[in-house]
Design a protein around this ligand. Sequence first.
Ligand code: ZN
Ligand code: ZN
Length: 410
Amino acid sequence: MNDKLQKYVKLAVNVGVNIQKGQKLLIRCPVDCAYFARMAMEEAYKAGAQDVQIQWGDEISARVNYLLAPDSNFGIEVEWEKARVRHMVDEGYNMLVVYASDPEILKGVDIERIQKNQKVAAQTAKPLRDKVASSAIQWCLISVPTAAWAKKVFPSAKSDDEAMTLMWDAIYAATRVDDDTDAVQNWQTHIDIMQNKAAALMAHNFKHLRFKNSLGTDLEMALPEGHIWVACGEEAATGHNFVANIPTEEVFTAPLRTGTNGIVYATKPYVYMGDVIEGFWFKFKDGKVVDHGAKKGGQLLQKMLTTHPNADYLGEVALVPHSSPISQSGILWYNTLYDENASCHLALGNAYPYTVKGAVGKTEDELNAMGVNQSLSHEDFMMGSADMSIIGVTHDGKEVAVFKQGEWAI
Ligand code: ZN
Ligand code: ZN
């Protein structure tokens, strides 16, 4: 048994979801990484789980379906899938999600078909997504390499095996898993540092943040009353801590829905519906995207902004130091979980209600009205850089350096 793989599985189950005696766990995993789900199941039962269910995914058959099924098959709600989601919600299942997508799996597929299915899938999953968004359950999103993904990231590898080895090494380095140390302990230290940054940001209770770099980003962003800076290791309503994303380097909150003005330039390509959008920018007026452009993939960018209502407002602002292990890897991962942790980022679309005091449990309309953007989409794009400066402005007008030269200054 590979010692690092075992440590990685334990990290997912015991730190990520932090499964407890008597709890239930749903593992969602692609069939290509079945071994990982089986190991996680074993680990969860060893930790005292009462029940572990696995929901398999297969994007290759999904692609065949997209390419060959008749038009009438798309955008149909499936009752038994809704019932399954309801069951998982009612029974209080916690969740481990393995994200191992081939970044090009949907290339050449009719975007309308994808949009129709994604709309229905988002509706179907909403009860579970609401549990996740309000931290009602413990959950963790983690990645496991597949050959297709590994080859995309390491195109010069001579074989699938070589690509997979490089990919695993990169993943272990990025997630603080090595031969000599205890990964669980490494994460406790990491969580402490990030929670200290979040506490410092909370103490200032900034009214605005100002982002600037030499690429041309010049953005002023208002934060809502009662915003909460969240770092990993949050506590779920179950009373237990969990780490929602492995890896994670971000400390994040929600911007005020109508409070962003200026221009922001993306610093990394964005993979959307199997294609890559590059060199893009957004101009904001009172929170809404009023202009945008891209060197590549402009049409997709337009789609991204219009697929769902409120996809053109911001729902997240996340601070990530430029020296993060993922940034240091210098890899373009073609996987948001990794790429988003390389850099400061913003997300267009949905805001997490738990990032604003008093927002959990409010209706969609109430949330939008209180400045917490609600949308079926949530698209994180990177805008951090080695020369990013962030100034926080307090309610009494004091200016505080939050980031200098891409690093924490607070
Ligand atoms: Zn984020
Ligand atoms: Zn996000």
